[in-house]
Design a protein around this ligand. Structure first.
Ligand SMILES: Cc1cc2nc3c(=O)[nH]c(=O)nc-3n(C[C@H](O)[C@H](O)[C@H](O)COP(=O)(O)OP(=O)(O)OC[C@H]3O[C@@H](n4cnc5c(N)ncnc54)[C@H](O)[C@@H]3O)c2cc1C
Length: 437
């Protein structure tokens, strides 16, 4: 029987950051991970010499938690160019970010993606988020992003051509129902830093975070079956005893393990990767679909941003389709190909499909009320992850670290600051330990 201070379930960003906080204070723990590697949703697969992130994603370098925990130089971050390329009215428009790329003000001002009044209002949104702290943004009014954009009199054309594919793509929410607080936070992060990927794929992020953990503290390919008071049962039947149990899985699995009445719903996404001989875009810029016709939301040529993503002489095209298409994979691929042909001509038919990832649980659907729930559910029992914070790498990392710090306070008999408002009631399993029977 184990005699651990803590067991953490799940080695995604939240679980790793919780473990790092415990390791810093010399607390003994085991991190139990169902898959064969760290990172959870932040994973990279190597296929035929290409680096395929399991779902297109970027690190926003202004994330405060990432700044505090990651060594950006060692990650060799490769940044996207600020702004975007928008496909609308049958052509591509380059929309630079005039604040980040001085000298492009006129191009940006007169681009057909929104009118002059939209550009002026966009600049006001930007100044407003840059001038406020993250705390002030999170204290703002909790209305949907769509409501907030309408209230700011952003035109429908600007919403359809820019905000839906851009913010909808980041939040996996094309209807922009997500809280305006989250939109303003993300917009601030884009304004104050880069959108980047590590030279060796997005999984380099959790790998770097995990490398400081003491050897032997992570157990891979072990699924937690159920959780009882101060113990977890693995699907092999093994029972681990610990003074503290931290559930750091994705939201739906956390709800199952903890017996919450309410489960966390998810936003889904598909990413398709194609190998192309010619790069369809020569700038390291995100391409957004500014029309609702066709399944593609956004596209990027990954090796133009970070050369290591494709072998020499090849290009890696990443395509994001939001939601969970009801059609089978073959139909989705052929619809994507149809749109690509329309955008880039017959050459797109020659692109070789490398993988299509359907990611059912991409991001949790959470409201600001839910971000504020405390992680300590009962003495010795905790939950963390992006479903208890802002749904992002920032949220997962911060939630994990704060939970680790909370465990340490409990171990030292110090009270947890009561900053969080709601608490879910866990209903734990009855685990019978055969050793004690
Ligand atoms: C396609 C996609 C695009 C994204 N884009 C961005 C982006 O651009 N920028 C950004 O900031 N964020 C983005 N995100 C969100 C970000 O990746 C997540 O918010 C974050 O990684 C969540 O981390 P987590 O630790 O909370 O959960 P997870 O990463 O889900 O980790 C949970 C871990 O628990 C393990 N686990 C589950 N059940 C068990 C069990 N029973 N026993 C043992 N282990 C278990 C899982 O295998 C997993 O490793 C994106 C996510 C996706 C999927």
């Amino acid at each position: 029987m184990s005699n651990l201070d803590a067991v953490i379930v799940g080695a995604g960003l939240a679980g790793i950051c919780c473990a790092r906080a415990l390791a810093k204070e010399g607390v003994s723990f085991q991190l139990i991970e169902a898959s064969d590697s760290v990172g959870g949703r932040v994973r990279t697969e190597r296929v035929d010499g290409f680096l395929l992130d399991r779902g297109f994603q970027v690190l926003l370098t202004a994330y405060p938690e990432a700044l505090a925990q990651l060594d950006y130089d060692r990650l060799q971050l490769c940044a996207f160019a600020p702004g975007a390329m928008v496909r609308c009215d049958g052509r591509f428009y380059r929309i630079p970010d005039p604040w980040r790329e001085p000298g492009t003000f006129m191009t940006s001002l007169f681009s057909p993606v929104g009118g002059l009044a939209d550009k002026f209002r966009l600049s006001r949104i930007r100044s407003s988020v840059v001038s406020r702290t993250i705390e002030e943004i999170f204290d703002g009014e909790d209305i949907s992003t769509m409501q907030a954009l309408r209230r700011r009199q952003i035109s429908q054309a600007m919403i359809d051509r820019f905000f839906k594919p851009f913010i909808g793509g980041v939040m996996l929410d094309p209807k922009l129902t997500v809280s305006n607080r989250l939109f303003e936070f993300v917009f601030k992060m884009f304004a104050e830093g880069d959108a980047a990927v590590p030279a060796e794929g997005i999984q380099a992020i959790p790998r770097q975070l995990a490398e400081t953990l003491p050897a032997g503290t992570i157990r891979f390919n072990e699924r937690v079956h159920s959780i009882g008071r101060n113990q977890v049962k693995l699907s092999t039947g093994e029972i681990l005893q610990a003074k503290h149990v931290v559930v750091a899985t994705e939201g739906p699995e956390a709800s199952r393990l903890l017996g919450f009445e309410r489960t966390v719903s998810s936003r889904s996404v598909c990413t398709l990767y194609f190998a192309a001989k010619e790069a369809p875009v020569e700038e390291p810029m995100l391409v957004l679909s500014g029309s609702s016709r066709g399944p593609i939301n956004n596209l990027a040529v990954m090796n133009v941003v970070a050369p290591g993503y494709a072998p020499a002489g090849e290009n890696l095209v990443s395509i994001t389709v939001l939601g969970w298409p009801s059609r089978d994979d073959q139909t989705v691929v052929s619809m994507v190909r149809g749109q690509l042909r329309h955008w880039y001509g017959l050459v797109a038919d020659e692109w070789r499909l490398l993988r299509m990832y359907r990611i059912e649980h991409g991001l949790p659907v959470v409201s600001p009320m839910e971000w504020q729930q405390q992680s300590r559910l009962a003495p010795g029992l905790y939950v963390c992850g992006d479903h208890r914070s802002t749904p992002s790498m920032q949220g997962a990392m911060e939630s994990g670290r704060l939970t680790g710090e909370s465990v340490i306070r409990e171990m030292r008999g110090q009270p947890d600051p009561v900053t969080r408002v709601r608490k879910d009631e866990p209903r734990l399993s009855e685990i019978k330990d055969p050793d004690q029977e």
